[in-house]
Ligand binder design. Structure first.
Ligand SMILES: [Zn+2]
Length: 441
């Protein structure tokens, strides 16, 4: 586009187009200092490295990273609040922390991801880089339609602003209002979840507005895998007459860690900020780049809470070959979640979360069944429970729904209340408490 030609091609050409060997040299030097910093300042790392008999001095090459122990969501939860407010994974005093985002963990207990001022500035710059590689320029208008509350997607708007785009802080406006904003301010770019992009487009159609006639040219999506699923992407692109760009983020690590460039072929990982390894999801053994496995991430510059070998639970592959866009940072392709996790309205839910909540609701037997299914490009879940006491079904359902909403963050689509013994989970060889009707499951 002629409009874009007056701008440079890359947000940071030096970093983004670095030769692979130079990039790996940079990664090694950053890794050494990150591991040293973590060991010297975060009580958890000192203890776990000592226990494993490894020291920061053992890191002499990138492959030596495999000598260090893994951490996971469980580690975050276990160490949070231990010894100090930020817990044992944190490597700086609380006074150095300027921001925390939270994410729901596998028991529904939110985990906090702290940022120092320096971490936050790097995060913002990385988001700018990702928007730039998707074609956003200072002459563009950007509508941020992601939740601001506690969620790491909220401050992504600062990345657009830092890039120089005119940024509209939409948040979670009701769809009528959001459509009005689009019609009035005519943004070319919007960031939302794939299911909401679909919903908003459908809502426009119902109101007699063709989304294709609106100003949106590019849609960034995150929080759900939709934009990397070909069929979903095509449907939304057709509906809006716009291009979809998938963003991959983990609040545990950094917010957006990887995003699509204009080639739409995988998501460029910010390799100067984050190191990725692929491991066998069952054994944790390293497997070669390019092969499918569980992705394990290590922060290279994060100070507030360094994350060393964080097992993401995401299954995908990492490809190092340079992209047609000229960027040398490798690309990840996410395939799905390791566990039976399902995502409802961009909230990660594990069957064990539901179980934990149900077991805390009085008046129920321990039997339950979860039904997960796809509807309108997002997952929904319904639960069946058994009541013990002589209480109305409505009242039981209401208590269950309330508890699930409070603890997990998203309500079930339906709660079915049965009498004790009516659920047939017991009659089977192995209790089947999860019925997964999602595509690809
Ligand atoms: Zn590219």
């Amino acid at each position: 586009m002629a409009e874009n030609e007056k701008y440079r091609k890359y947000w940071n050409a030096q970093i983004e187009t670095m030769e692979r060997d130079v990039l790996e040299e940079l990664q090694l030097s950053l890794l050494k200092s990150e591991v040293r910093f973590a060991y010297d300042n975060a009580p958890y790392y000192k203890r776990s490295f000592d226990k494993a008999g490894v020291s920061p001095d053992d890191i002499k090459s990138l492959s030596d990273l495999a000598r260090l122990p893994f951490i996971n969501k469980h580690t975050e939860r276990e160490t949070q609040g231990v010894g100090s407010f930020l817990g044992e994974l944190a490597a700086v005093p609380e006074e150095d922390v300027v921001f925390v985002s939270t994410s729901s963990g596998s028991t529904g207990v939110p985990t906090m991801s702290p940022f120092t001022r320096g971490d936050f500035d790097k995060f913002t710059d990385t988001v700018s880089r990702m928007f730039w590689q998707a074609g956003m320029r200072p002459s563009d208008r950007y509508l941020h339609a992601l939740n601001f509350s506690l969620y790491i997607g909220g401050p992504d708007v600062l990345g657009a602003q830092n890039l120089g785009a005119l940024s509209i802080w939409g948040g979670t406006l009701p769809s009528d209002r959001l459509l009005f904003v689009i019609q009035t301010y005519k943004p070319g770019f919007i960031y939302t979840s794939p299911s909401y992009a679909w919903y908003l487009g459908e809502t426009a159609l119902k109101k007699g507005i063709d989304p294709k006639s609106l100003s949106i040219r590019k849609i960034f999506t995150g929080g759900e895998p939709g934009a990397s699923i070909e069929a979903t992407r095509e449907t939304i692109e057709k509906l809006w007459g716009a291009e979809l760009y998938d963003f991959y983020g983990l609040s545990d690590i950094f917010g957006p860690c990887a995003a699509m460039c204009e080639q739409h072929d995988g998501l460029h990982l910010a390799e100067d900020q984050i190191l990725v390894e692929t491991v066998d999801p069952a054994t944790g053994e390293r497997i070669p780049d390019g092969e499918q496995g569980e992705l394990v991430f290590t922060t290279l510059q994060k100070r507030a809470r360094p994350m060393i070998r964080f097992r993401s639970g995401d299954i995908g592959r990492f490809v190092k070959e340079p992209c047609a866009c000229g960027r040398t940072h490798g690309r990840i392709y996410i395939h799905g979640r390791k566990d039976d996790m399902f995502i409802v309205s961009a909230v990660n839910v594990f069957p064990s979360d539901v179980e934990a909540v149900l077991h805390g609701v009085g008046g129920l037997t321990s039997e339950y069944r979860i039904h997960v299914y796809d509807e309108n490009y997002t997952s929904k879940y319904a639960v069946e429970v058994e009541k013990i006491e002589d209480e109305s079904d409505e009242s039981v359902a209401e208590r269950v729904e309330k508890a699930l909403r409070a603890r997990i963050g998203v309500r079930p689509a339906k709660v079915t209340v049965l009498k004790a013994g009516e659920l047939d989970t017991r009659s089977e060889h192995k209790a089947k408490r999860l019925i997964d009707d999602r595509k690809g499951h």
